[in-house]
Design a binder for this molecule. Structure first.
Ligand code: ZN
Length: 175
């Protein structure tokens, strides 16, 4: 997306490169020319991680709203219908929730967090108590399932809220 917008205005680029490149001001050699090209770019042409501002500054803070599973725009309506299915629309403010597509995101975070916690606990239990292997099997399988079920909904809520907050969506070329 950003690549497409940068190439859409080919007329402005060569002039800028001449000014900030090897010549510097008044033809003197400048340290600016040694910097990577994106540092030399003017603010509005910088890459997405420098201007990832909220599209809607009046919206509530995405993390608490997402953890509670509420609508990312009004913070009042419910985001989910059932356990993990996102509603088509917020029932309070009418926000169209069709943009919400977190894909594998929640599963990835659940896997990482549960994996670290369960492995750490299992190692600690083994070194501290040396329980028989069946105790390990029962305890850590059960804990993995329970923790995953508890975490996946708030994590999905946070990802949807962040997606709304930063207007993140699938990359596509502008027409
Ligand atoms: Zn809403």
């Amino acid at each position: 997306m950003y690549g497409a917008t940068a190439e859409a205005e080919p007329g402005t680029k060569p002039a800028q490169q001449q000014q900030t490149g090897k010549g510097g001001f008044h033809g003197r050699p400048s340290l600016l020319g040694l910097l990577p090209p994106f540092v030399q770019e003017p603010v509005d042409r910088q890459p997405f991680w420098r201007n990832a501002v909220a599209q809607d500054p009046s919206a509530p803070s995405p993390i608490p709203v997402g953890l509670k599973g509420l609508c990312p725009r009004c913070g009042k309506g419910h985001l989910f219908k059932g356990y993990l299915k996102v509603r088509p629309k917020c029932d309070v403010c009418g926000l169209d929730l069709a943009f919400a597509d977190t894909g594998d995101g929640p599963a990835f975070f659940v896997m990482s967090i549960v994996g670290i916690v369960v492995v750490a606990l299992a190692l600690w239990a083994e070194f501290a108590y040396e329980p028989p292997i069946w105790v390990h099997l029962v305890m850590w399988s059960a804990l993995s399932v329970i923790l995953s079920l508890v975490l996946v909904r708030p994590l999905k809520g946070v990802l949807v809220a962040l997606q709304y907050h930063h207007k993140a969506e699938e990359g596509r070329f502008e027409k």
